[in-house]
Write a protein that binds this ligand. Sequence first.
Ligand code: ZN
Length: 264
Amino acid sequence: MNRKLFFLFCIFFNHLVFANNAIMGVSGGIIIAPLNEINTENAQILSKEYEGSEYVIFGVPYSLVENIVNIENNKIVISPKNYGESRINITDSSKVSLSAENQARATKEALLIKGNIGTYSDILLSDLDFKLPVDGIISSKFGKKRYINDMPRSPHMALDIAAPEGTSIFSPSAGKVILVGDFFYGGKYALLDHGMGLLTSYSHMSRVNVKEGMVIKKGKEIGLVGSSGRVTGPHLHWTVYLNKERVNPELFLNNNIVKTISNL
Ligand SMILES: [Zn+2]
């Protein structure tokens, strides 16, 4: 076989091997699979027992194009999903085109949050049936492509729930408060560690009623809806992280995890 043919053979062969072992996932979604079908070596992975069997749950990275990633030695093929788009106008130009000082601040804060996302508990503190943290209206769904003043920006990687300023925000599930801050983008902010790589964050609050280190129950008041940070009006920007990926928070509502497992 000449070199060119051999090269083509390798590509083809690898593709076949890979296709047989690949796990399919949707951009920004979750993968739920029986434990015996997933490589879990050296990994703290979220899992759920159901009728005597163990299922693992992965967060899938957001991607606008078909992509292949490796998560804990599992090859994941990501299919893109059209989550729609949103266009907003922000008149305070200092919050659109950042000054060097604000850019430095935002970068530093992003690193602080990122560091905390990676330091979660190795036991599961919560159930996996989240309650919507605010009694309000979902004003921006997860995954939307965004344009601010007609300029393309990073997609919306959280769920926005609009409610009047001062509306209570409750913990959707039990967890530990691992970070509280007042940030350039997120405003008054809290980050909850639910264990095993599952974390949630709460942005733009008018007041935070929890402190770092507190272990809180499901339904505990975390703070109040506000419009701190970079926002157009009072709402909660609610983020769910799983294995360090931001995933669609709605996948954890309405007992969706157990419903999905029971249909496997
Ligand atoms: Zn938002």
